[in-house]
Design a protein around this ligand. Structure first.
Ligand SMILES: Nc1ncnc2c1ncn2[C@@H]1O[C@H](COP(=O)(O)OP(=O)(O)OP(=O)(O)O)[C@@H](O)[C@H]1O
Length: 298
């Protein structure tokens, strides 16, 4: 603050710049000093844990992106990851189905278990893991194939159907669960790339659930969608939560409030607070959570 005061001069241009600096300082991310390493306030642990994650650290080369996070994710819960850009939400999400394995400079440390089994056991079949823990990305990414073949792709490679009729049933069931069947049942052979963005994203969700996953990871699944398509995907998340554990990264606090049971607030690679979603948005425990949800920075 003293630097700011001494920089004030009578020069008008200089004064304007200084005022802008003050505004941007006020919007700046609060210091890491407000966070105790490895400590999360609220309710990060659960009795019925699908994922048990302890002391997780992630490095890109020498840079530490995740700083000692411990968290349980319960069976059939929807948990939202929120926080300012670059705080590590996607990095942490990608640990859960080992998507970070494909990044050469990325190292994951700590204990990460799915149903009590080590996620990072070198003997683990990663293809099988990614069928159990499916992922929906920010931008819809259908294959350049027909609508039918997009959904049938996973069941085919995992040998989930012995006959064409069984595959047809899986495709129909997945498209129904994704709320898309009525829109596409008469054009299953049409290219998926000809669908609207919102339809493509629901197709990607159908493709993910076609292999009967236990968990669906969603990395900003609505950021490329308009409000109507977003509302459809959010309705879908509510329906899917009956059967799956869902972990969603979102920049929209309204979306986190609408779809999730618990919300986890990340800051500079730390997990600062986890609480029931209502509590996070009405009575956050940590000052940084409060600053973020009230728009003081982010
Ligand atoms: N492939 C990578 N190589 C090197 N550094 C990376 C890589 N991916 C992410 N990072 C760094 O790790 C940190 C966390 O990034 P991450 O994408 O996980 O944050 P985020 O909270 O999901 O951000 P956003 O909300 O902007 O998507 C950032 O400093 C980012 O620059």
């Amino acid at each position: 603050m003293s630097t700011l005061n001494t920089s004030i001069t009578t020069d008008t241009a200089q004064r304007e710049t200084t005022t802008q600096d003050a505004v941007s300082m006020a919007k700046e991310k609060p210091a890491e000093a407000a966070i105790e390493y490895g400590k999360t306030v609220g309710t990060p642990f659960a009795d019925d844990a699908k994922f048990c994650l302890r002391d997780v650290e992630v490095f890109y080369g020498d840079t530490q992106a995740i700083k000692g996070i411990s968290l349980d994710i319960a069976r059939n819960e929807v948990i939202a990851f929120i926080g300012p850009s670059g705080c590590g939400k996607s990095t942490f999400l990608r640990c859960l189905n080992r998507m970070n394995d494909s990044i050469d400079i990325c190292r994951v440390k700590g204990r990460l278990e799915l149903d009590g089994q080590d996620l990072y056991d070198p003997k683990r079949d990663v293809v099988e893991l990614r069928a159990r823990v499916g992922m929906v990305f920010q931008k819809p990414n259908p294959f350049p194939k027909s609508i039918y073949d997009n959904v049938a792709y996973g069941p085919r490679i995992h040998g989930l159907a012995n006959r064409k009729s069984e595959l047809d049933d899986i495709v129909e069931d997945s498209l129904r669960k994704a709320g898309l069947w009525n829109e596409v049942k008469d054009r299953l052979d049409a290219p998926a790339t000809g669908m609207s963005g919102g339809q493509q994203q629901r197709l990607c969700i159908a493709r993910t659930i076609a292999v009967s996953p236990e968990v669906v990871l969603m990395d900003e699944p609505c950021s490329a969608l308009d409000p109507i398509a977003t509302a459809k995907v959010e309705e879908l998340i509510a329906e899917l939560s009956q059967s799956y554990t869902i972990i969603i990264v979102t920049h929209s606090m309204q979306q986190a409030a609408r779809v999730s049971h618990r919300t986890a607030y990340f800051h500079l690679g730390h997990l600062v607070e986890v609480n029931d979603t209502d509590k996070v948005f009405t009575a956050p425990e940590h000052e940084l959570t409060e600053s973020y949800i009230t728009g003081r920075f982010g």
